[in-house]
Design a protein around this ligand. Structure first.
Ligand SMILES: Nc1ncnc2c1ncn2[C@@H]1O[C@H](COP(=O)(O)OP(=O)(O)OP(=O)(O)O)[C@@H](O)[C@H]1O
Length: 367
């Protein structure tokens, strides 16, 4: 589906370093603002222990994990909404993403220049938020202009409703808040779907800390946590520097030893990819055959035919039924279909079945 998470943040906060660790594509990482001039896209495998387990059980010829795209979006500075720095180009790149990873500098290091002269993640967050909010206000005002006349003069109910919803967003943004926290009912969000508001996208705040703070956090992280709590957003603590050291290690064992030494259960990059996937609000189902064990990405709430359509549109068109085994049952019975059936754990589902995260699916179809 090509779902994208965009990495944003002020220049020199560690975006490219993180992106390099995440992706095989090498972006430039240097202590120099604006070194990421072109947006960089990397396709990244989503780590999933369930896929590993299914692979162990089935021992297939081929394994295909879920992937997401990560885009390293070039540095934003104050005034970007007015075209400063890389301005509008940056904003257009964010518009194309499905979720935002907002990197905040939470490390002290006199050798790494801060564009605003000091380390202050809350100020940095607000600079970026403000630029995005200003751009959103522009989009909202443009749309308000289009519907205002019809909403006020004619008896056009749709126009009136659109105008009212847009006004809620406008007032919320004027208070310096992001669209994602506007008091708008879920079903009314369709009225802004066509303008792709930047601050309506889900966000994860990524605190980039020094090595010593990676387990404990620090005072900067606490401030970010408090701000994120108000927005109902998640925070992830990571050290881009540690991650780049891990990335340089050749073998899995070496990397594991390095993590053990630091008292870390998992690399920050792994955590970040998992968190990014979660942010996209997706679900995963599996197909498990001897040829291939594969993870498939679907939107939560997809019906069985829609889920089949992710594999091939013919599967959706010619859908007859789906055989479903819950992941835990698949593992419990070691993938033995006969035993699974005997124990009543093989569900035969029709067109209205809503696929659940972790379902192991087999589709019957007719073309
Ligand atoms: N956790 C950290 N601790 C110490 N130094 C770090 C940390 N993370 C990144 N750095 C250093 O900060 C500098 C800037 O990092 P990087 O180039 O990744 O920033 P950027 O946000 O991508 O900047 P730009 O938008 O200008 O490309 C690099 O020298 C990098 O090594």
């Amino acid at each position: 589906m090509g779902l994208q998470c965009g990495i944003v943040g002020l220049p020199n906060v560690g975006k490219s370093t993180l992106f390099n660790c995440l992706s095989n594509a090498k972006a430039q990482a240097a202590n120099f603002p604006f070194c990421t001039i072109e947006p960089n896209v990397g396709v990244i495998t989503v780590p999933d222990e369930r896929l590993t387990k299914l692979t162990e059980i089935v021992n297939p010829k081929n394994v295909v994990p879920n992937v997401i795209e990560i885009v390293d979006i070039a540095g934003l500075v104050k005034g970007a909404s007015k075209g400063e720095g890389l301005g509008n180009q940056f904003l257009a790149n964010i518009r194309a993403t499905n979720a935002i990873l907002h990197v905040l500098r939470c490390f002290d290091n006199d050798n790494v220049i801060h564009v605003d002269g000091s380390v202050d993640p809350i100020r940095d967050k607000e600079i970026i938020d403000t630029e995005l909010q200003l751009k959103d206000l522009e989009s909202i005002e443009k749309k308000i202009q289009k519907v205002e006349k019809m909403a006020k003069t004619g008896g056009d109910k749709e126009a009136k409703k659109t105008f009212d919803v847009l006004t809620i967003y406008k007032n919320h943004l004027l208070e310096g808040k992001s669209a994602r926290t506007a008091p708008v009912a879920e079903e009314d969000k369709e009225y802004i779907a066509d303008i792709w508001l930047l601050t309506a996208k889900p966000v994860l705040y990524v605190c980039n800390v020094d090595e010593a703070s990676v387990n404990t956090g620090n005072a900067y992280v606490e401030k970010v946590r408090a701000a994120a709590k108000e927005e109902g957003a998640e925070v992830l603590v990571i050290s881009a520097q540690i991650e780049s050291e891990i990335a340089q290690l050749e073998s899995y064992e070496e990397r594991q030893m390095f993590l053990d030494d630091l008292g870390l259960s998992e690399s920050g990059v792994n955590k970040l990819i998992k968190a990014a996937y979660k942010l996209l609000n997706l679900a995963t189902y599996f197909t498990a055959g001897v040829q291939e064990v594969r993870a498939w990405t679907i939107t939560k709430g997809f019906t069985a035919p829609q889920a089949a359509g992710v594999i091939h549109s013919d599967f959706e068109k010619g859908f007859i039924r789906a055989e479903v085994i819950k992941y835990d049952d698949f593992v419990k019975f070691n993938g033995n279909e006969a035993t699974i059936k005997e124990n009543g754990k093989l569900g035969v589902e029709g067109k209205t079945y809503i696929v659940e995260d972790g379902d192991v699916m087999h589709f019957r179809f007719n073309v």
